[in-house]
Write a protein that binds this ligand. Sequence first.
Ligand SMILES: *[C@@H]1O[C@H](CO)[C@@H](O)[C@H](O)[C@H]1NC(C)=O
Length: 356
Amino acid sequence: MSLSPPPPHFFFVAALLFVSHFAITADASTSSSSSQTLNTHAEYMINPKLPPRALSSSNKFEGSSNLVHLRYHMGPVLSSSPINIYLVWYGLWSRSHKLLIKDFILSLSPSTPAAPSPSVSEWWRTVSLYTDQTGANVSRTVLIAGEYCDLKYSHGTQLTRLSIQQVIATAVKSAPFPVDHRNGVYLVLTAQDVVVQDFCRAVCGFHYFTFPSMVGSTIPYAWIGNSAKQCPEVCAYPFALPGYMAGGGPGALRPPNKNIGVDGMISVIGHELAELSSNPLVNAWYAGEDPTAPTEIGDLCEGLYGTGGGGGYIGQVTRDRVGRTFNLNGRNGRRFLVQWIWSPALQACAGPNALD
Ligand SMILES: *[C@@H]1O[C@H](CO)[C@@H](O)[C@H](O)[C@H]1NC(C)=O
């Protein structure tokens, strides 16, 4: 009898056996992240109602409305491609936290192979729908063009809005970052022991542009702080809720990457990058009559992460098999929970995990 190749269904059965065996093994282990993709059936949608965020936001707005007058004020948007981000890590940052944040930023651009839908780059697509008066769209491609670690807290552990620009100036002098007028933006990320003016009381991050007298040129920048020690219930909401310090508390959602402070920062980074790109010199896309307190495309959708959000509900998001919450996929198998953004096409808050 000659050895004939096994019929095709043999391979099919063998593959099935292997997969189910692997899944059982993974179920028994406590720390397998590779098992997540094999157990997608154990993931389900939730739309929790949570106590409101502690920061009382004057421009709190939920859902869609024709009362929102988001207008274009004739200024530029970040249409030069790619958007080059120059990162300043201010204070002590662990390698794993830096990698997590960089994975989010690098997930904004379309990639091959693409991350599974709903993805971070599909989320950025809403931002790329904003155009300037020449009809040029916000760039779909976002790169990290340089990094500087300010390990010595060169301007202390208490920063003002203005001294953030000195932090940038120090980075520009020491790194050195090139003067990237056309494509560059600075992103200053402060460690959890750094106190920043208005942090926790009024803001979790902000964006503006540098002054030539301080940094040598006019370049858009944003700052976001790690709130883990100072006010997670404000700036890492909904991974921590008001009334329960730092531990999250009953009802708080489990962060997708097991880090309340950094997972919380990622949604704020998304918010600020979206606004910085559509309103880099604070004279392009915003609502309201007061340019010193503009309501921008992230502000309009704060606290909304999915379909059916509003009135205390965060919207439909996914809970994975170990209880972590996310709404977007990124590179390297990462998952993130990121707020929605106002869409000029839909005249409503939008995200790629929308159910309709
Ligand atoms: C640019 O923005 C316009 C207006 O929002 C949109 O219709 C168009 O699809 C965008 N183009 C690209 C290439 O994203």
